[in-house]
Design a protein around this ligand. Structure first.
Ligand code: CTP
Length: 415
């Protein structure tokens, strides 16, 4: 099967010219270059994807070095892994030496030696990710599909390449569910059985690798579908016993996406994901997944604010009271609770803090108070704090209001 027409239709001409140049250089040394993995799958599905992975039957690093010498590309080489990145003005290309992998035991990283394209494809996770396309001049666009990936794409199936696949690398369980939900595919029968058989091997995977896969899941368009399915398959509880992927989470993830500025959407998802965990469970989760200090703080804050929400469930709270109840929490934790809480009063108070109160500043600072004759020290701190409260509660509006209040407070304090 030749897919040159699909390449032309979906990939920018400029990008493919670069790939052809690289392939031409490789050919001079008797090496071959192929497009491989996700890009091939997405090209056949007609999904947009400009992340090009190239496999080189030969030496990818050496080839990339040669290409970088005669082009504008910047080179980033990893000799140890036999991989290289070529960064052009508008595109990035990833090159890897075709490799053969052998796993000593489940969960450990494989031993790697140079190999053929076929060796490189058999080490991959699923048939739909184990296809390649030649970019050589003599058979440009020819699909290499030794494991019937195209048939599985047509039948919308996720299938592993051999029965030990999940044992070699149990993160494939998480990857498989991600693809299944992203594309609306199904696990092929035997793959589904082996997945169940090997779920326990997720325990052998390092926290960093599990976290990385969760991060990838949370970057999906609808991560709640993946999380729900992981719940049904018993994968979630393997990661942490109380994690749930129920309808509640789907509703809240949806709401998180609709937030105006979801700058840290996947961190927000993480906070919502752990919303049902208890004190002990969250600590186990953070330790198991080796979560960063910053995100750990936001997740712990999310749960501690959750227990404090009844204090915010009062319509009569003054803005300054809301401010002092919330100021010690991470913004992300407040956002997560605003999404999670079903009380309109709590919601209103949290949003008021997020959109207004946290930005309120007095017009006067210490320097200006000094000019008014107020001497530095604990009393000045007290004056500034009362000014801030008054500003939050709308009791002072102008700089003049603040000056008057500051001086009257100072007189009282001096007495
Ligand atoms: N791969 C694998 N096993 C893994 C990770 C990756 O076999 N545990 C292979 C797959 O062939 C995959 C390729 O390496 O297609 C590139 O990995 P990655 O970039 O994670 O996947 P893509 O398919 O390119 O991207 P995405 O999952 O986002 O679609």
């Amino acid at each position: 099967m030749n897919v040159a027409r699909q390449i032309e239709q979906y990939l920018p001409r400029q990008l493919m010219e670069l790939v052809k140049d690289i392939s031409g250089q490789a050919a001079k040394q008797g090496q071959r270059v192929y497009l491989v993995g996700g890009i091939v799958r997405d090209l056949l599905l007609g999904y947009p994807n400009f992340d090009l992975d190239l496999v080189v039957e030969g030496d990818a690093v050496k080839l990339a070095q040669q290409v970088a010498e005669v082009s504008q590309a910047k080179l980033l080489a990893h000799h140890r892994f036999g991989t290289a990145k070529l960064k052009y003005e508008n595109f990035t290309l990833d090159l890897a030496t075709a490799r053969k992998e052998t796993y000593a035991r489940p969960g450990v990283l494989p031993a790697v030696t140079p190999g053929t394209l076929k060796n490189d494809l058999i080490r991959r996770d699923f048939t739909i990710n184990a296809m390649a396309i030649s970019v050589a001049a003599n058979d440009y666009g020819e699909l290499v599909d030794p494991y019937s990936g195209i048939s599985d794409l047509e039948h919308r199936l996720i299938r592993i390449l051999h029965t030990e696949s999940f044992r070699d690398d149990a993160t494939r369980i998480l990857r498989g569910v991600r693809y299944e939900q992203r594309f609306g595919f199904e696990f092929e029968t035997q793959t589904a059985q082996l997945l169940k058989r090997d779920i326990h091997l997720l325990d052998t995977i390092s926290g960093d690798r599990i976290r990385h896969e969760l991060e990838l899941i949370l970057k999906e368009k609808q991560p709640e579908l993946v999380i729900k399915r992981l719940g049904e398959l018993g994968v979630l509880t393997r990661i942490s016993s109380s994690l749930k992927g129920d309808g509640w989470l789907a509703k809240k993830f949806n709401k998180a996406r609709r937030l105006k500025k979801p700058t840290q959407l996947s961190s927000l998802y993480f906070c919502l994901l752990v919303y049902s965990l208890g004190e002990k469970e969250i600590e186990q989760f953070l330790a198991r997944l080796n979560i960063s200090v910053k995100l750990s703080r936001a997740m712990r804050d999310t749960l501690s604010l959750k227990t404090g929400l009844p204090l915010l469930d009062k319509p009569s709270l003054r803005p300054s009271e809301i401010y002092y109840l919330l100021r010690q929490y991470e913004t992300l934790a407040i956002q997560a609770n605003a999404i999670a809480s079903d009380s309109s009063v709590v919601n209103h108070n949290l949003r008021l803090f997020l959109t207004k109160l946290r930005y309120v500043r007095t017009s006067l600072d210490g320097e200006e108070l000094k000019k008014l004759g107020i001497s530095p020290g604990p009393e000045m701190g007290k004056v500034l704090q009362i000014l801030h409260k008054a500003k939050l509660d709308g009791e002072v509006r102008t700089k003049g209001d603040e000056k008057r209040l500051a001086l009257s407070l100072w007189m009282k304090l001096e007495w």
